[in-house]
Design a protein around this ligand. Structure first.
Ligand code: HEM
Length: 455
């Protein structure tokens, strides 16, 4: 790297050549306290609004606090644009994650037509309830102990395959699921593509997954051409049939890459969130009782066997506040990256063009200034007007805000409804350690003891 000539850079250190401060950054994540990396440096440099560092081979500026989040979310496509580390870019290929500007806008619009509130309200909520009931019947009922993360992850993957691809064949889903587990392990790595590295295995798994997806895409194309073909109202058909304003359609590989992105984003984050939610409820029996009360009131109004509807989800206000508090204390995603499109000034410092930038949910969520009594588990923080704007950002904000926020809300609440109305549970490992690799996960997968109730 050329030495920096600009002498108005934010305070901070670039650390070791090439490695920079990556080791400290990763160590904080693996110890379950990613905010420590940011907090230590803020203390060292006199609580600046931004500090510099070097991570994953890049010069970076870390923006601290709600003002930083507001600035970055409000300047997307003007001063900054979404950016992901090379390993992620190489594993996903050309897709929404690696797109910017108008291309990203078009992709988001197209996907939101299938994943936004309209689609969820009309069809998807009921489907999720049916799949969830079956899952609980097969994987939870009759068992006295389960590992929550290991149990919900395959179910959420199965659900994502069904919602996005109408793929239901258990053998095919299990095969893809196993490739996915290898793929996920490479996302937080340096892109060193030599046999034996996690990245190398992840790259091979990504190629195999995309091969499967292309085969499914080709079959669907044929099916859509047939007269009297069954109607597939899923994301895949939607991506195949939608073009931009110039009549451009996505190529088969672009569709495969985007579906790979959604399968990843659509199951791993929610599996982690549900696991953390079960942990939170296991630790706070009073909160569990209030959630149960709300969910029973919804259940009592339904005819036997009737599935959940969009209106039922809207009634789960207290339950959603509880989920929000879980995502505040342990945000599954620590934050995300941007790239400076031009040289610009922030908080009196220059951020040079090309530098990468981090916004951090783990930091703002754990600041006493933003959340009084910050370590207390208190869902009532989300009543009324809620937290300070831009302090609570588990899904990001602005034009690149999480595309699956609504889908995640429905997935989590549908699961919560079904699980609390059937079971109470105890945590078998109190204070089980959480590790970020790259998402927040209890190291033993959260083993619990189940106590079914008769309702
Ligand atoms: C509780 C669960 C979830 C959390 C905490 C979460 C969090 C996030 C975060 C922090 C970002 C980065 C935003 C940024 O770059 O500023 C993001 C992006 C994204 N999420 Fe989620 N997510 C969740 C669930 C989902 C689901 C269920 C989907 C499925 C469809 C999804 C799809 C995406 C996509 C496609 C992006 C990229 C958006 C873009 O670049 O424009 N997420 N998510």
């Amino acid at each position: 790297k050329k030495p920096e000539t600009n002498n108005n850079l934010p305070p901070g250190s670039f650390g070791w050549p090439f490695l920079g401060e990556t080791i400290e950054f990763v160590r904080a994540q693996r110890h379950g306290a990613p905010e420590k990396f940011v907090r230590d440096r803020m203390e060292r440099y006199g609580s600046p609004l931004v500090f510099k560092t070097s991570l994953l081979g890049h010069r970076m500026a870390v923006f601290c606090g709600p003002e930083g989040n507001k600035f970055l979310f409000g300047n997307e496509n003007k001063l900054v644009a979404s950016w992901w580390p090379e390993a992620i870019q190489m594993l996903f290929g050309k897709c929404l994650n690696t797109s910017r500007g108008d291309e990203a806008k078009w992709l988001r619009k197209m996907m939101l037509a299938h994943l936004g509130p309209d689609a969820l309200s009309n069809r998807l909520t009921g489907t999720m309830d049916i799949v969830t009931r079956l899952h609980i019947q097969n994987q939870w009922q009759g068992r006295s102990e389960v590992k929550v993360f290991n149990t919900v992850k395959p179910y959420l993957f199965e659900l994502a395959c069904r919602l996005f691809l109408s793929l239901e064949d258990p053998k095919h889903v299990a095969e893809l699921g196993s490739l996915f587990n290898t793929f996920l392990k490479g996302l937080g790595e340096l892109p060193i593509n030599i046999p034996g590295t996690r990245f190398y295995h992840a790259k091979r798994a990504a190629t195999a997954i995309k091969k499967h997806l292309i085969m499914i895409i080709k079959q669907r194309k044929l099916a859509l051409k047939q007269e009297n073909a069954p109607s597939f109202e899923d994301l895949l058909s939607h991506l195949l049939l939608s073009s931009d304003e110039n009549g451009r359609f996505l190529s088969e590989m672009e569709i495969a890459n985007n579906i790979l992105l959604l399968l990843f984003a659509g199951h791993d984050t929610t599996a982690v969130s549900i696991t953390l939610l079960m942990k939170g409820l296991g630790e706070h029996p009073d909160v569990y009782k209030n959630v149960l009360k709300e969910q029973l009131a919804i259940l009592e109004e339904k005819a036997p066997g009737e599935v959940l509807k969009w209106e039922d989800i809207q009634k789960m206000r207290y339950s959603w506040n509880v989920v929000c508090e879980v995502l505040r204390l342990i945000p599954p995603v620590t934050g995300a990256f941007r790239e400076a499109l031009v040289d610009f000034e922030y908080a009196g410092y220059t951020i040079p063009k090309g530098w990468k930038i981090i916004w951090s949910a783990v930091m703002t969520h754990k600041e006493e200034d933003n959340f009084p009594n910050v370590t207390k588990f208190d869902p009532s923080r989300f009543q009324g007007t809620g937290p300070t704007p831009f302090a609570y950002v588990p899904f990001g904000g602005g034009p690149r805000m999480c595309l699956g926020k609504e889908l995640a809300r429905v997935q989590i609440l549908v699961f919560l409804h079904n699980i609390v109305t059937k079971f109470k549970w105890d945590l078998l490992i109190p204070n089980e350690k959480i590790e970020y690799d790259p998402l927040a996960t209890p190291v033993q997968g959260l083993p619990i003891r189940l106590h079914p109730h008769d309702i």
